[in-house]
Design a protein around this ligand. Structure first.
Ligand SMILES: Cc1cc2nc3c(=O)[nH]c(=O)nc-3n(C[C@H](O)[C@H](O)[C@H](O)COP(=O)(O)OP(=O)(O)OC[C@H]3O[C@@H](n4cnc5c(N)ncnc54)[C@H](O)[C@@H]3O)c2cc1C
Length: 444
């Protein structure tokens, strides 16, 4: 099963999407098979570098310089024995067991790589999610979503521009108010609002000294549900609301956005929120291109429907996982697994075992999600969330520095799954030393 004995062709595993799930999977499989022959592991991503998506709100707010955290796929591939091919998945031919990768261009539009085909024996699709504007007028034109590193960096540049402009106005004695509206109080919206309050305070400390962040920067968080963090427990939502209140974030619940224009945001209650910058964090869906993959089954959110082994329902050679897959959450009355890094990470671990079983012609294991709880970061020094499991006796709410340390450890775990413990320890020490030479926020 490992390689075709007649032709000597290796078994080709192609993983499309090098994110929170795909990159650890490619690394594990590359380490295991890459240098032995018989199996060829290829990772495909539309970008040349990887940034862990849960860091994007920190990049957007300016607390994190993405250049210091992004990883070159080619380098990781070289170290871990897999191949990397850049390009967006844009077609699938199941009969020929072949995917098509789209043209790759420079930001200026110059073609770097043409459209190409790539053959597979096992295909794994983990292309994540994009924001869903639910057809609300003006969202696509006048808001920014944190779908990619480019979006987060674009938001950060605009944030700096509005703050510098407001500082200039304040210097002349004119009103300097900056309105930032974040739509959607799920984890992403809450984390971004808290982060923005702290980094805009830090900007004032680096020379934007005519601007008084407490007086001049108004941050509003709008949520359609009656409370923030709808998927999390009441306790966690209450603790997060209190922390947001202390950070002077104006939280408005039961406010369904009906439209966004160049001046601000309208809601169903008839309220209008003036805005210089609007972030849309109110929902996600899988990329629409998945609905055109040679008849693979998708749901209304464009996710590929998978069974308990994470195989797609219409093709056992094709697996899907992470945000782009619709997998039933066992024991939760038919609900789907939530779009979380924790789910993608656990699924990647299972798939590394499944692929080993598949190569040996053995039955595949089924995925069972172990929910360890959720943590929501509220800036540099605080987080809130619940941890679940036997060790804490059910579900326990954590808050403050301890929760923040646990939140930071999630990223460390992701790094360990790619680089191993030793490299991550040295990297962490290096970063701690470098931090003394760098400003606390990104200033360009
Ligand atoms: C700001 C923010 C904060 C978050 N915080 C948390 C958190 O605290 N905890 C948590 O559990 N979750 C969090 N999440 C959610 C978490 O990031 C996702 O659930 C997780 O990244 C999903 O992993 P994935 O591998 O499915 O997709 P991703 O990590 O999104 O990776 C998808 C990859 O596919 C690539 N790709 C996309 N389309 C194509 C294509 N057509 N062809 C080739 N490649 C493609 C992308 O470039 C990307 O590298 C957060 C998300 C955001 C935006």
């Amino acid at each position: 099963m490992i390689s075709d004995a007649t032709t000597g062709t290796p078994h080709r595993i192609v993983i499309v999407g090098g994110g929170a799930g795909g990159l650890p999977l490619a690394t594990t499989l590359g380490n295991r098979y890459g240098r032995k022959g018989g199996v060829q592991v290829t990772l495909v991503d539309l970008h040349a570098t990887h940034v862990w998506k849960p860091l994007l709100h920190e990049v957007a707010a300016g607390r994190m310089d993405a250049d210091a955290h992004d990883l070159d796929y080619l380098a990781i591939a070289h170290w871990h024995g897999f191949r990397f091919r850049q390009g967006a998945l844009c077609g699938l031919d199941r009969a020929r067991m072949e995917i098509t990768l789209d043209v790759v261009r420079t930001p200026e539009g110059e073609e770097i790589l043409p459209q190409r085909q790539l053959r597979y024996d096992t295909l794994v699709i983990c292309v994540g999610s994009v924001s869903n504007d639910f057809g609300v007028p003006g969202v696509a034109q006048h808001t920014i979503s944190l779908d990619s590193l480019a979006d987060a960096e674009r938001f950060h540049r605009r944030l700096l521009a509005v703050c510098v402009r407001a500082d200039g106005r304040a210097a002349t004695g004119a009103p300097a108010l900056v309105h930032i509206v974040v739509i959607g109080a799920g984890a992403t919206g809450v984390e971004l609002a808290a982060e923005l309050r702290q980094t805009t305070r830090a900007h004032a400390g680096y020379g934007l000294d005519h601007l008084d962040p407490a007086r001049d920067i108004k941050i509003t968080l709008l949520e359609a549900s009656p409370r923030i963090l709808p998927p999390l427990s009441e306790h966690v939502a209450e603790a997060a609301s209190e922390l947001l209140r202390r950070l002077d974030v104006d939280v408005r619940t039961s406010e369904r956005v009906t439209g966004v224009d160049t001046t601000g945001v309208n809601t169903a209650t008839g309220d209008f929120y003036e805005a210089d910058l609007v972030v849309w964090a109110a929902g996600i869906m899988a990329p629409e291109s998945l609905t055109r993959l040679d008849g693979l089954e998708t749901n209304r959110a464009h996710q590929l429907v998978v069974g308990p082994t994470l195989q797609t329902t219409r093709d056992a050679d094709i697996f899907a996982f992470g945000d782009c897959a619709a997998a039933t959450w066992q024991g939760h009355a038919g609900a789907l697994l939530p779009p979380r890094a924790q789910v993608a990470h656990q699924q990647a671990t299972l798939l590394a075992k499944s692929i080993a079983a598949r190569l040996k012609g053995k039955p595949l294991p089924e995925f069972r999600f172990r929910d360890f709880g959720s943590l929501v970061s509220l800036g540099e020094l605080s987080a809130v969330g619940n941890l679940m499991g036997r060790l804490v006796g059910g579900s326990l709410v954590f808050q403050g520095l301890v929760a923040r340390a646990m939140y930071a450890s999630l990223y460390k775990m992701h790094q360990v799954s790619i680089h191993g413990v030793v490299r991550v320890v040295f990297d962490t020490i290096g970063r701690l030393l470098r931090e003394r030479l760098e400003p606390r926020v990104k200033l360009h």
